[in-house]
Design a protein. Structure first.
Length: 220
């Protein structure tokens, strides 16, 4: 496995959702899979999965991968117009801890450009046009940042710590999809969030539950 440099999240490391999706696919990808990131996924580095652990060439554990029990973490959908309106108020357009993020970075014209804005009930929502090449990692990436933006605030950056996803179907290239997210609990530096991805016809394609961890002040 290798996380190509274009799939970065914070500078110098892989986007958490994309990386977790790559690791889940390497583990078979069938059914719910949970990935725990133990260190920032390195870019352009050969990684090996063995006995549920992803290791770098030095033998350091990058992530742990295991089957997950089926879970109910579905965030209700919104219509595409509502998602587009919410996205126009995406706070990351004016204050983003990692503006070069492949998934949600406004400085990435070649990224997924998922810009989750807040709805009145606290959920996040954003449209997503599926790229020309869609993989399991694409869906995991789409399920990542909309959850984080349910808790990220100015001066309070978070990074993904753990994510479990259940993918029922991949979108087709060019599909106009909608992603929704919600925070379900915050304890200290850890936030629990749920996210869901819906297809053009409103069908649920995938859902995830995740734990995000707030970075110490000045760490971003």
């Amino acid at each position: 496995m290798r996380i190509e440099s274009r799939y970065n999240g914070p500078p110098g490391s892989g986007n958490g959702g994309w990386s977790a999706g790559v690791f889940a696919a390497a583990a078979g990808g069938a059914g719910p899979v949970e990935v725990t990131l133990r260190r920032p996924p390195p870019l352009d580095t050969p990684l090996v999965l063995a006995d549920g652990e992803v290791r770098d060439p030095a033998g350091q554990v990058v992530a742990e991968v295991r089957p997950a029990d089926r879970f109910d973490a579905v965030v209700p959908p919104v219509d595409p117009c509502t998602a587009t309106d919410a996205s126009a108020a995406y706070p990351g357009l004016v204050d983003h801890p990692f503006p070069g993020c492949f998934v949600c970075g406004p400085r990435r014209p070649d990224g997924l450009r998922i810009f989750p804005g807040r709805l009145p009930d606290g959920r996040t929502a954003a449209p997503l046009r599926a790229p020309e090449q869609v993989s399991l990692a694409t869906v995991w990436a789409a399920l990542d940042c909309p959850g984080g933006w349910a808790v990220i605030a100015p001066g309070r950056p978070y990074v993904l710590g753990r994510i479990a996803a259940l993918v029922d179907a991949l979108p087709e290239p060019g599909d106009e999809c909608v992603v929704t997210g919600v925070a379900v609990g915050v304890e200290g530096r850890k936030a629990r969030v749920h996210t869901s991805l819906y297809g053009p016809d409103g069908s649920l394609l995938a859902s995830a539950r995740a734990t995000w961890v707030a970075l110490p002040p000045g760490a971003a």
